[in-house]
Design a protein around this ligand. Sequence first.
Ligand code: NAP
Length: 310
Amino acid sequence: MKILLIGGTGLVGSYLLPMLIEKNHTVFAITRSDDKIKRIQNLGAFGIKGDIRNPQTFLEELPDRPDVIVLLAMPDVKLGHRITRKRKAELRKETNDFFGNSMDLAVHFNIPVILPGGTSYRTAEGEVADENWSNFRIGLTEMGIDTDGMVNHAIESGKPQVIQLNYGKIYGNGGIFRYMYEMMERGRSRIIGKGDNYIPNIHAGDAASAIIKAIEKMPVGEKFIIADDVPVTQKDFTLYMASLMNKKPPGHLPGFVVKFILGRDFYEIIRMNCKVTNAKAKKILDWQPAYPSYKEGLEAVIKEIREEKN
Ligand SMILES: NC(=O)c1ccc[n+]([C@@H]2O[C@H](COP(=O)([O-])OP(=O)(O)OC[C@H]3O[C@@H](n4cnc5c(N)ncnc54)[C@H](OP(=O)(O)O)[C@@H]3O)[C@@H](O)[C@H]2O)c1
């Protein structure tokens, strides 16, 4: 198939692109950076300079009409920095443009689009969220408020045909997790509050393999939760990561300090409590995580980062 990939140079994209090439797909990967075009081409894809906020920048450069669009672009969030109200509004606008323009392109070509999402559900003790739950948008996740409506509208109208993959916290060699790794390496990692809240996780390679399955099965009009099998608290995830990296167990940082330094937007996403089921993805996409729990997943990723560093 011919795949238009937007965000193929990020964390998930770096695992997805080689998988797509391996499966003999023709990939047109959009990047804003000249440097990354060569890297994309070395992997066997067409690297095209462009910005999804302005699709005219690349539309005429596409060598052919794609069969499906995969959106993986994410606005640039500076981790460890307080987000101002102005920046939050910009992030929301940017996210809306990413979704709106990708969906417009899908209508333009009359092809389906695979969209990303998060597991922004709030579950109480004993509850497990599935795809029928509505998102609970708080803190930084509020930047997806409008896109929830856009996706739901597309599912109802069938225009364009969409599939949404709602990922847990994605860890792998890159992106946000690489920042967490460096913080742990420097002894600056902290458990926020008591750390007893559950956060769903998914290895970036498993996030990518779900996209491969979605392309193969193409169940349009459906949303899928893409998270691993084993729920884990923020605290246990952090402690396990520290033990794998031979670091002292990180201490706790009281919530009010995080709110004061980084603001409520970051605090709310780190303190969310959410357990999910991936049963629908396993059943309909025939997807299985290669790393069913954070334990083997973290082990593999930390090994990968260390090998790259050496
Ligand atoms: N990471 C998580 O924990 C998580 C959790 C739930 C959902 N998600 C969603 O999953 C998707 C993949 O996440 P990720 O962690 O792989 O993202 P990432 O590593 O931050 O990658 C961001 C990607 O977005 C591209 N991009 C940013 N602005 C762009 C623009 N204006 N035009 C074109 N491309 C643009 C970047 O490409 P260039 O810099 O090369 O232009 C890069 O490839 C995102 O949509 C994210 O919202 C992520």
